[in-house]
Each structure stands twice: as structure tokens, then as C-alpha cells.
Write a protein that binds this ligand. Structure first.
Ligand SMILES: Cc1cc2nc3c(=O)[nH]c(=O)nc-3n(C[C@H](O)[C@H](O)[C@H](O)COP(=O)(O)OP(=O)(O)OC[C@H]3O[C@@H](n4cnc5c(N)ncnc54)[C@H](O)[C@@H]3O)c2cc1C
Length: 503
């Protein structure tokens, strides 16, 4: 049955909300982005995305897909000041030593999160039919009397709690992030309690911007000192817009990187590799420090509910919030947005929610395995999926030595071999995937990688750009999302924003 596709409402205009508006705008007459904050008009942080002060990069697979969704966006990011950092300019230290990715020929973004988000926001808000309703928070869903179908959302003004309004919609998408009220809404509507899988990583961040000289570290633009499985300290530095280093120091399991400058420099000095200390010891700090805690990664298993209300989608961090050390969340949201377009083309609106969870499940699952496998390699991290020997059961893709910056696009060849020194043979990776459809193996030879178990280092530190996301991308390229023409004069007035009503 042909269904009405007049109005889609997206709750939350953060990263995932903006991205989901893209396929919706191509399939609905109107899309309204409802955002609790009043959003900045440029590359500035906003309250609803407090994590935005810390390092945010797009891994190669995310960057490529974003360009598919919004052709020309990579150029716009670089015009706005972002770096595209080639793997030859990375310095990665993992598993106790340097990792050589010189030949990988892949790129990540080097920009602050506010810059990445503002470029995407500007493009999305210029799309035909997209409106932004700022300063209004989603309070609850409205449904048909039998509660089988979502019909809209009730909103409350953030400026005057007495003010409310209801938006009617043919489809509602929840992308309100980690604090999503979907679990409560669905429980109240009688859909049951959502199972939440948590891995208590207990991570703390301290971040500062420093002035960057292009000659620093011989031109290197991305440094990662990974937390080893038996350690608690690490850090990352990224070259970002306006000649700055964004330096994030990370502590795990009770370790808290200090915010004051002396303590920050001293913490960098305590890391097993000197690169981060080399950057911060003499550089001029150009921002106040920011600290943030990330107690646990969490995956809300909406896919395990017996049913969802019709015409209701949930996506982004509202479904799964990954251990941030692996830089996966934004890329998974991009994949979910791409899959949203396919799901809407392949069927009706009523069951689009469960079909999206199934279609994008592979990305959530891969990223979850990757991050939790690494976290659980530390015996002090509490979480499900540990085998009796104390090691993590997720697949070897979670091995802690994979480079954060390459996740979702480049995996070491061992990732496809099923070999991990941290995983004893008694652990069956398949057990953690029981509820997911079997996946085809990537093409090409599968070689088992040898590891020096005593030093816990791979014998070879050369990585191959063979990754599930990359081969999936090839497999799916037969049916790409239709490219969006880039309007000639796109920059200019940002029409149709609904500012909150005064008072
Ligand atoms: C410290 C840290 C570092 C990270 N680094 C990376 C990285 O390098 N790479 C990467 O890919 N990912 C990274 N992530 C993950 C990334 O931040 C998230 O995956 C991503 O922001 C998810 O987007 P989202 O839109 O689902 O949620 P958010 O970006 O959090 O956006 C949610 C939006 O919803 C709005 N909102 C909330 N409630 C309501 C409501 N009731 N009504 C209306 N609006 C509402 C908020 O104001 C906000 O705008 C990191 C996370 C952390 C914590």
C-alpha cells in the first residue's frame, strides 16, 4: 500500500539527526529537525553535545560514506579549515610499539567536532523541505489509540516549560543521543523493557588545544598512544583547523588525566612514547581544559524487542554508544543514515524501524565488537562476554592493538583471520553473534597472523586495508543512494529555521 510521505520528524539535530535528515528529505515532502538546543551558526560547540570538546575524527570508511551522502562535503570541510590526514602522517603506538601504516593510503579528518558538525549542518539545512525547530525538547510520542503506530511527538519549549506543541508526522526518528527517552517511551506504551548491554570502561578524558607549528613532529598530524590491555593511560593528538593541536589524554579504570597545565604535561610525559609530551611540553595552550567521564559503553537492544510501534525509527547513540577511544560512533551513524534511505526505498513506513535495526545491525555489531573486545582485554573491565579464562569473547576484531584511527575502514589482516593473542582458543567468537545473521567472509586469502605472545606484539606491524566495512561497501555499491546535486549558490541565507518563540 502506498503510504503518505508528507512529513518526517527527526528528534535531535546532532550528528545522527542531521545525517538522517538527508535520505528523508529525498523521500518526504517535509522534514522537521527538532532540537532542544538553540544551535550555533558556525563551528561552535553546543550544550547538547558536551563530548564535542574532545577529539572527534572520521575514520576512512565514515569519510567516504559521508561524501556519498553529501557530495562535495569533504572539500567544504577542508575549505573550512579541516585537514585530511593521510596515513603517511600518522604516528601510532599500539600494543607496546609503533605501527606502520605508511602504505595504507587512507585518510581521516583532522578537525574539531564543531567544525565537522557545522559543515554538515549547513548543507542539510539548505536542502529543500528541511526545517529546523530549535529550543524545543521531545517530551513524548503520540500514537494511535491502540498504540500500534506513532503519529507524532509532543514538544516542550526549553524557554518556557508551560509552552507545548504537538507535531504530527508520518514517520518519527529518534536521534537524541545517549540520553534518548525511547526506552522509557516504549515501556510506557507497553512495548516492554529494553535490554541494555553495558561495558564499564570507566574512562576519563582531559582535552586542550595547543598552537601547532606545521614542523612539529616532522609534519606528523595524528598521534595515538593506545592504552595497552594491562595499562590505564593513553592519549591522542590531532592536527585541527587554525594551526592547532587537539590533545586528548585518556585514563581508564580510576585514572583521571589532570586538567591543569603542569599536570597535563606531566601525564603526557608518563606515557610510554614521547610524541604527545613532545607536542605539549613547549606548545602554547590556546584553550581552557575540558574534562569528561565516559563510565560505560552501552548498547540498547531495540532489535530484541518483540515488536516496535509502526513508523518509528531509532538510530545513532540512542541505540549504541561505543567506547569513544575507537572513533566509531559518527561513522556508524553515517551508515545508519545510508541504510535508512535503502529501507525506505525497499518497503513501507510501518515496519521501517525493525528493518533499519536489521539493515544497519552489522555496523553496530562490528563497531561494538571492536571496541568492547579491546576493553575486555583488560581483565579489570567489567562487562558481558568474558570467557571463563577471563578473556573477552568478542571476535578478534576487538583486539586492543588495532589503530583507533583506522577503525571501520582498515583492519589488520589478522582481523579477518580470527586470531587474537588475547583470546584463548576455548572462546568462540560466534557465540557473541548468535542473534545476528551470518555474514559472508571478505574476499581474498585468509592468513593466520603470528604473534609474539610474550611481548604481546604482532610480529609484523604492516596492516592491509582489508576490512569488513570496505568489502561490504563494494558489495553494496551496486545500489548507491542517489547522489544529491550540489546547488551552485548553496552558501547564503539559512531559510526556514524556526527560532524558539521569545520568552
Ligand atoms: C569523548 C568522546 C569522543 C568521541 N570521539 C569520537 C570520534 O573520534 N569519532 C566518532 O566517530 N565518534 C566519536 N564519539 C562518539 C560521537 O560523539 C557520537 O557517536 C555521536 O555524537 C552520536 O551522534 P548522535 O546524533 O546520536 O548524538 P549526539 O551527537 O549526542 O546528538 C544528540 C542531539 O539530540 C539533542 N537532544 C537530546 N535530547 C533531546 C530531546 N529530548 N529533544 C530534542 N533534542 C534532543 C541534543 O541536544 C543533541 O543535539 C566520541 C564520543 C565521546 C564521548
Amino acid at each position: 500500500m502506498e503510504q503518505n510521505r508528507q512529513h518526517a520528524v527527526v528528534l535531535g539535530a546532532g550528528w545522527a539527526g542531521l545525517l538522517h535528515a538527508i535520505p528523508l528529505a529525498r523521500r518526504f515532502d517535509r522534514v522537521t529537525l527538532v532540537e532542544r538546543d538553540v544551535l550555533p551558526r558556525g563551528p561552535e560547540p553546543h550544550r547538547g553535545v558536551p563530548q564535542g570538546d574532545h577529539i572527534h575524527l572520521l575514520v576512512p570508511g565514515g569519510l567516504a560514506r559521508l561524501e556519498q551522502l553529501l557530495p562535495g562535503v569533504t572539500d567544504e570541510m577542508t575549505t573550512a579549515g579541516a585537514h585530511l590526514i593521510d596515513s603517511s602522517l600518522w604516528r601510532l603506538h599500539m600494543g607496546g610499539g609503533p605501527v606502520d601504516l605508511t602504505d595504507a593510503d587512507v585518510r581521516i579528518t583532522g578537525a574539531t567536532r564543531p567544525l565537522l558538525e557545522s559543515v554538515v549542518r549547513e548543507r542539510v539545512l539548505e536542502m529543500d523541505g528541511v526545517d529546523l525547530l530549535e529550543g524545543w525538547g521531545a517530551q513524548e510520542l503520540t500514537t494511535t489509540p491502540d498504540r500500534d503506530r506513532v503519529t507524532g511527538v509532543r514538544l516542550q519549549s526549553q524557554h518556557d516549560p508551560q509552552q507545548e506543541q504537538t507535531l504530527a508526522a508520518d514517520l518519527v526518528v529518534d536521534t537524541t543521543g545517549k540520553g534518548s527517552r525511547s526506552p522509557r517511551w516504549l515501556a510506557d506504551l507497553g512495548y516492554g523493557r529494553i535490554e541494555e548491554v553495558r561495558v564499564a570502561v570507566d574512562i576519563h578524558y582531559a582535552t586542550r588545544l595547543f598552537r601547532r607549528d606545521p614542523a612539529d613532529l616532522d609534519g606528523c598530524q595524528n598521534v595515538l598512544v593506545d592504552i595497552p590491555p594491562d595499562g590505564t593511560r593513553g592519549g591522542v593528538a590531532l592536527a585541527v583547523e587554525d594551526d592547532r593541536w587537539l590533545v586528548t589524554l585518556i585514563g581508564m579504570l580510576g585514572e583521571r588525566p589532570p586538567a591543569d597545565l603542569d599536570g597535563f604535561v606531566e601525564y603526557a610525559r608518563s606515557l610510554p612514547f614521547a610524541d604527545l609530551h613532545d607536542i605539549v611540553r613547549d606548545a602554547e595552550p590556546v584553550s581552557e581544559p575540558r574534562q569528561r567521564a565516559f563510565p560505560a559503553a552501552s548498547w540498547r537492544r531495540f532489535d530484541r524487542l518483540a515488536r516496535l510501534p509502526a513508523r518509528y525509527l531509532v538510530s545513532g547513540d540512542a541505540v549504541c554508544s561505543f567506547d569513544p577511544r575507537f572513533g566509531q560512533g559518527m561513522t556508524v551513524a553515517i551508515i545508519e543514515a545510508v541504510e535508512t534511505g535503502r529501507v525506505l526505498d525497499d518497503g513501507g513506513l510501518d515496519d521501517a524501524g525493525p528493518r533499519l535495526l536489521a539493515a544497519a545491525g552489522w555496523a553496530v555489531h562490528d563497531a561494538w565488537d571492536l571496541a568492547t573486545g579491546s576493553a575486555l582485554a583488560n581483565p579489570r573491565v567489567d562487562g558481558p562476554g568474558r570467557c571463563p579464562g577471563g578473556s573477552p569473547t568478542p571476535t578478534c576484531s576487538g583486539c586492543s592493538r588495532w589503530p583507533t584511527a583506522t577503525r571501520s575502514s582498515v583492519r589488520p589482516s589478522s582481523a579477518s583471520s580470527g586470531c587474537s593473542p588475547a583470546r584463548p582458543s576455548s572462546c568462540t567468537p560466534a557465540s557473541s553473534r548468535a542473534s545476528w545473521p551470518a555474514r559472508t567472509a571478505p574476499p581474498g586469502p585468509r592468513r593466520r597472523r603470528r604473534h609474539d605472545l610474550a611481548s604481546r606484539r604482532p610480529l609484523s606491524r604492516r596492516f592491509s586495508p582489508c576490512s569488513p566495512l570496505r568489502w561490504r561497501e563494494q558489495r553494496r555499491s551496486a545500489a548507491p543512494d542517489p547522489p544529491q546535486p550540489v546547488p551552485a549558490a548553496r552558501r547564503g541565507s539559512r531559510s526556514r529555521h524556526s527560532r524558539p518563540s521569545p520568552g
